[in-house]
Write a protein that binds this ligand. Sequence first.
Ligand code: AVI
Length: 318
Amino acid sequence: MNPSVCFYDYQPAPADMRAEVIHGLSQDQKRIPPKFFYDRRGSRLFDAITELPEYYPTRTEIGILHSHGAEMAEVVGRGALLVELGSGSSLKIRCLLEALEPAVYVPVDISRDHLMESATKLAASFPGLEVHAACADYSVPFGLPVEPNGHDLAAFFPGSSIGNFDPADARHFLERIGTLVGPGGKLLIGVDLVKDSRTLHAAYNDAQGVTADFNLNLLRRINRELEGDFDLATFEHNAFFNADESRIEMHLVSRIEQTVRVAGRGFAFRAGESIHTESSYKYTIEGFQALARQAGFEAARCWTDTKQLFSVHCLRFG
Ligand code: AVI
């Protein structure tokens, strides 16, 4: 491993998938948390989604980071200790590192191998950068692995992953980021915007069926890991924009009346009954800033693309 990367293992507890899936399938509106999409195949399918012509968020956010990196650096401040939550392949931060010139970069991710590999590669491309990689579940509170040593604190949370939280959970999550960066700390966060429902619908119903495959892969994973007997041919992907809630909802709909067994229990489905697998909230700029205010942040600056598809906000805590 590259000596310029320090690695910290907070040993995040594995999610209790069995208990959470049984609980979710026992509700009137059956549901399974979206975090279970990301097994090895699911993560590969998500990467494929980000390159689909219909899925605008990833390429639009990267465009915004490239176009406005220098202004972002002015607002965030150079020489900070920068924590990235859910850093994955650390691809997006690469667009900003030259402009932001952080003193220390702390990628945080739950996937240990992926984190070590990405952090090592990044440290090799930016030899002057101190990298402290933390294997942790960023959705539960954790402390910084390094002392700020006088550096300002900033967090980076791209990808509109905040949209996969219900608003109350999103607020709590933002509060926890506030605690992490402290008074005066900054948060740079990517947020997908409300737009015409055709564009939204297409982004979650791509012509190649990759999103459908990603959604159905959840049942494949449950069959493998929880002794399930879902017949994938009897379920179909359904994604639609729920305008009242301002969110895309993804569901898996049973085409027939049937009983499915998971972890030794039976779950009855009516024909047309669904499992709600993901919500992806879409915000207006003002709506997101109001949510951030409730969590103790004030809006410092917001950047969008020319079509106003996506936004990147810089927020200041306290
Ligand atoms: C990870 N997250 C921000 C994606 C989204 O758009 O809500 C997950 C996704 N689901 C279907 N396509 C992409």
